[in-house]
Design a protein around this ligand. Structure first.
Ligand SMILES: Cc1cc2nc3c(=O)[nH]c(=O)nc-3n(C[C@H](O)[C@H](O)[C@H](O)COP(=O)(O)OP(=O)(O)OC[C@H]3O[C@@H](n4cnc5c(N)ncnc54)[C@H](O)[C@@H]3O)c2cc1C
Ligand code: FES
Length: 290
């Protein structure tokens, strides 16, 4: 992981997104799909924390060697500021962070599923899987046609592709999760990868568990430090031996997880945390004095 002063080469508008290309050779060299960048905001009280973005592209060879791309969906003050950044400005960037997607050693048929800006890491993954001789099929979507991430590039990379939008303005109406059971059968999916909103990822997880298909999902959880120090980003994950669950940090032990081991109800706030039991002899303050 490196901290660099990265020059912005370009900012391109692509539907609902702004794609920033930055010069960061030390980061680009190590970057893999599923990993993310931590970008500092301008010095101002409202911008205390860095913002985090999936790596969309890392060029190691050719004319663009040493450059990285990430896609910004302007949703709040930080993302709006980044969407307005001008070329030749320098950004304070840390990366690559987190665990990447693992590539299948033997299996060949990979189904890639994404909605919204989840398309940014998934399109990087599609490229890397193709380079390893895997078959790639894709299910992509978003709220509207503007939110479908790079559909033309996806058509070029995938053997087959289906698109779904919530308002039906591109492809079929609904969520990509509605098309998943049919698509899994049609393409003979042996591995499923997904990124996007939690509800969609949960449905991907349920189907893959039911059909016993190995899968990996890239999660987004609110992050403060982005480097394993603060535990704001924890996700409840069942232990490998099934003896209970641990709170794993999405920034260091993720953001890519096996969705079959995530406690989705608990993570999505549908099962309240039980009050922790203090250890024997621990002095419990029952009410604050005064
Ligand atoms: C590993 C990771 C990868 C990400 N990749 C991308 C990406 O490729 N493109 C992109 O546009 N955004 C991505 N995000 C989300 C992005 O970091 C947040 O949208 C951003 O921090 C919001 O900052 P803000 O100041 O604009 O808005 P805020 O005012 O901080 O938030 C705006 C809205 O976004 C929600 N939000 C804030 N942070 C997160 C978060 N971490 N996860 C989910 N929702 C959040 C808030 O609840 C609010 O509704 C990613 C987040 C993580 C953790
Ligand atoms: S964001 Fe601080 S530990 Fe993950």
């Amino acid at each position: 992981m490196k901290r660099v002063r990265a020059e912005v080469l370009s900012v391109r508008r692509l539907g609902a997104y702004h794609v920033l290309t930055i010069v960061a050779p030390e980061v680009a060299e190590r970057a893999r799909p599923g990993q993310f960048l931590s970008v500092a905001m301008p010095p101002h009280r409202a911008f205390l924390l860095r913002r985090h973005f999936s790596i969309h592209q890392a060029s190691r060879r050719g004319g663009w060697a040493g450059t990285l791309e990430f896609a910004v969906e302007a949703q709040g003050p930080g993302t709006r500021w980044l969407a307005e950044v001008k070329p030749h400005r320098f950004l304070d960037v840390i990366g690559p962070l987190g665990k990447p997607f693992a590539y299948p050693a033997r299996l060949t048929n990979c189904l890639l599923v994404c909605e919204g800006h989840g398309g940014a890491p998934i399109s990087f993954l599609a490229q890397e899987l193709r380079a390893r001789g895997k078959r790639v099929d894709m299910l992509i979507g978003g709220a509207t046609h503007d939110h479908v991430f790079k559909p033309i590039e996806a058509k070029r990379m995938a053997q087959t592709i289906r698109i779904a939008t919530a308002d039906g303005s591109m492809g079929e109406p609904g969520s990509v999760a509605d098309l998943l059971p049919e698509m899994v059968e049609a393409v003979g999916a042996q591995v499923v990868y997904a990124a996007g909103p939690r509800e969609m990822l949960r449905r991907v997880a349920e189907l893959c568990v039911e059909r016993r298909i190995p899968s990996q999902v890239a999660l987004e959880e609110r992050m403060a430090c982005g480097m394993g120090q603060c535990f704001t980003c924890v996700v409840p994950v069942i232990r490998k031996d099934g003896s209970g669950y641990d709170h794993l940090r999405a920034c260091t032990e993720g953001p890519v997880f096996n969705p079959a081991r995530i406690l989705w109800d608990r993570w999505m706030g549908e099962a309240p945390e039980p009050a922790p039991t203090p250890p024997e002899g621990f002095p419990v303050v029952r009410s604050w004095p005064g």
